[in-house]
Design a protein around this ligand. Sequence first.
Ligand code: DGY
Length: 346
Amino acid sequence: MAEPRRRVWVSQPLFDDIVGRLAVHFDVGTPSRVMEYTPVQIADALRDVDGVLATLNERIGAEEIAGAAKLRAIANVGVGYNNLDIDSLTQAGILATNTPDVLTETTADFGFALLMATARRITESERWLREGRWTQWSFDSMLGADLHGSTLGILGMGRIGQGIAHRASGFNMRVLYHNRSRLPTDTEHACRAEYVDLDRLLVQSDHLLLVLPYSPQSHHIIDAAALAKMKPTATLVNIARGGLIDELALAQALAAGRLAAAGLDVFEGEPAVCPELLALRNVVLTPHIASGSLATRRAMVSLAVDNLIAALGEGPAAGNPPNLINGDALRAAVLIGNAGKTAIKR
Ligand code: DGY
């Protein structure tokens, strides 16, 4: 008798034509509208599936996978994966993948756009104009800060950080960076970027861009003490994860004129935005869209689909999901005897 088809859960409506590729191999369950799940609903959805295509909205950890006996792989649509408890997944022998590279340039473009909008007060002045407050051209209204010739600090110098550094050289900016590990010299030269410690980055940057992964170690890396080290004329831009910043401390610094402006694409409690930030005029707020060009979002979904198919041991890359995060899960799967039809096939 033929084996029953395996099942995958696609947690949100994505691009039907791309997600449809999963149906060649699996039975696919997907909601018809954007969903906000409780942990219990996620646990229920995982109970009877072999694989998941998840977005950053779905937090999946020990509790959610406790009853998911068949679950072998989770493909996250996104480069960041702080919504997944990787240690718990690894212990349970569940493979996790993400979608790096395909979003690098689009996200770097957006980081630069948000920086420009923030430093040159573009959205603030547009709001002011629409409110009918522009009654006469005046020499000193809406004055902002230059990008060209200024010092750009990049905190987190992975692929996206490097993409931003490349863009900065076209603006004749001096680029400083701080990263967990220093880049090889030839990469530093290619980015025209100078490695500094975190304090120097805070003190010397005219504009500071956050592009580092969020983790317990980087939680609130920009807190009141860090903000106090920055120039009062500086701008701060975050396109990584909201939890990197103590938002209340940021709102207080902005309100008190201890920092000129902030551009934020991500928020600690998103989609909720800290009311103290909403109340300020010198903050540009966008709804987590840094990777949001149509082409890139499609490429992310496509890569996640490839990862899931491969992680469940099917398709041309069977057994070799291109973006496996937790290689140790393979060993754990063998030890606990649930390797089944996963990347273990290799
Ligand atoms: C990512 O990829 O981590 C983004 O934040 C979501 O597009």
